[in-house]
Write a protein that binds this ligand. Structure first.
Ligand code: SAH
Ligand code: SF4
Ligand code: F3S
Length: 454
């Protein structure tokens, strides 16, 4: 760490999606002017923030069990004469509000995803409620406005939120309730943040949004939605790779498909959740696409970019899902051929329409379907990785590997790649000949002459 030592220690634990990862970094930024420095140990921390996820029951329950542990640390610190402040942020905070403080009284404050700029003030208030004064003044308002350009990226890749919220109301999902309606950031602000990141050595950005391909510049200055934004960011010197996640099939327009074929900086990887392969289930989910329309869409995307890696999300055991419906999901998976995927058992979320639907599926049936689906998806992922063997791929080296003399990077298809390489290649994009593949990663060697960065 450089500069003066921070006065206070901040521990942030992040659950859920990449939006939360981005938000956690911004929370650390907003708290830095108040003298908080990030620690990776909760023991003895002055401020603990749990940035939570509400998407499935398990995710929510994890938060309460973690709070139980943190409470003990708070008590230990208090008996040693110190103070620990506990804050709950994120989607559980939004969905359950002050109920959290009733269930776990050790929690000092609860802050939803739209209110992180108020965090310094909320902390000050919690401190005052205990009769304490704050060690520093609040960050001035303009600090918040400038926050995004004052980011301190921790590596050569970074997340960049461009869109938040969701208006789709899939009947199983809490996101429209926890993150609110769809909202896009001005293209100008995004470009400024991306330029600042590139100047600090970032070479790859992942544009984030719950429905990132619904992006539309609110000021109307940038045409072409997400595709327009990608083309604009691709011009920034030093920014060599652009990714985006998560997309909804409904918003995958022709302009974005074309960009995949035409913008070399746009990486050949697309996370495009389908959720299920049965039209009856898709309709009950309110997904507004059919299995057929999704397959046709994938076909058009592959016409634009034949080598693109497709990834997805799946839910098994949605209310009313019969064996034949589940078979349709397997069939769709076979037809698409996924490079990677996430799959979940349907989790009943209070307040969502699906939680009140008849035909809730028994847990054992969900377990069995999930195991079958995951076996198929695993085999596809292995096959996709194995198909890279013998190829030469450009790899962006991100960090040292576990063994000395080894670096870990990413292929264009988002696969981790392990290579024996000198540290000076960190942050460089270098050609690697792939020799080995497993389910989760690739291994390869530098090709001759490529010790020179490309
Ligand atoms: N906006 C994104 C995904 C957000 S949530 C999209 O539409 O694709 C991430 C994934 O969690 C979803 O794609 C879905 O597969 C899963 N998920 C959401 N709610 C769920 C629930 N109630 N039970 C099980 N899985 C769920
Ligand atoms: Fe949830 Fe559907 Fe919105 Fe994705 S599109 S966040 S699954 S409601
Ligand atoms: Fe979870 Fe909220 Fe993300 S519910 S998946 S953290 S939007």
């Amino acid at each position: 760490m450089t500069g003066t030592a921070p006065l206070k220690r901040l521990y942030i634990k992040t659950y859920g999606c990449q939006m939360n990862v981005y938000d956690s970094e911004r929370m650390a930024d907003v708290l830095a002017p108040l003298g908080y420095g990030v620690t990776d140990q909760p023991e003895g921390a002055d401020l603990v923030v749990l940035n939570t996820c509400h998407i499935r029951e398990k995710a929510t329950e994890k938060v309460y069990s973690e709070l139980g542990q943190i409470k003990r640390l708070k008590q230990e610190k208090a008996s040693a004469g110190g103070q620990m402040t506990i804050a709950v942020a994120g989607c559980v905070a939004q969905a359950e509000g002050e109920e959290i403080m009733r269930r776990q009284p050790a929690v000092d404050l609860v802050v939803g995803p739209q209110a992180y700029h108020q965090l310094p003030e909320l902390i000050a208030r919690a401190h005052r409620a205990r009769g304490e004064r704050l060690a520093a003044d609040f960050a001035p308002d303009e600090k918040f406005d400038r926050l995004s350009t004052e980011r301190r990226p921790s590596g050569v890749t970074a997340f960049l939120t461009v869109q938040e919220g969701c208006d789709k109301f899939c009947t199983f999902c809490v996101v429209p309730y926890t993150r609110g309606g769809e909202w896009s950031r001005p293209a100008e602000a995004i470009e400024a943040e991306a330029r600042a990141l590139a100047e600090k050595g970032v070479r790859e950005v992942t544009l984030l949004g719950q429905n990132v391909n619904a992006y539309a510049d609110p000021k109307g200055e940038l045409a072409g939605g997400l595709a327009g934004l990608v083309r604009r960011l691709a011009k920034i010197p030093g920014l060599d790779r652009i990714r985006y996640t998560t997309s909804h099939p409904r918003d995958m327009d022709e302009a974005l498909i074309a960009a995949h074929g035409e913008v070399p900086e746009l990486m050949p990887y697309l996370h495009l959740p389908v959720q299920a392969g049965s039209d009856k289930v898709l309709k009950a989910m309110n997904r507004a696409h059919t299995a057929e329309s999704y397959l046709r869409l994938i076909e058009r995307i592959r016409q634009a970019r034949p080598d693109i890696a497709i990834s997805g999300d799946f839910i098994v055991g949605f209310p009313g899902e019969r064996d034949a419906d589940f078979e349709a999901t397997l069939q769709l998976v076979r037809e698409v051929g996924y490079a990677s995927a996430f799959s979940f058992k349907y989790s009943r979320r209070p307040g969502t329409p699906a939680s009140a639907m008849p035909g809730q599926v028994a847990e054992e049936v969900k377990d069995e379907r999930l195991a079958r689906l995951q076996a198929l998806l695993d085999a596809q992922q292995r096959a996709f990785n194995a198909a890279q063997c013998g190829r030469e791929l450009p790899v962006l080296f991100e960090k040292p590997g576990r063994h000395p003399g080894q670096l870990i990077g990413r292929s264009p298809y988002l696969q981790g790649v392990h290579v024996s390489a000198p540290d000076r290649l960190l942050g460089q994009i270098v050609t690697v000949k792939i020799g080995d593949a497993s389910r989760n990663s690739l291994a390869g060697v530098l090709t001759s002459g490529e010790l020179e960065p490309v």
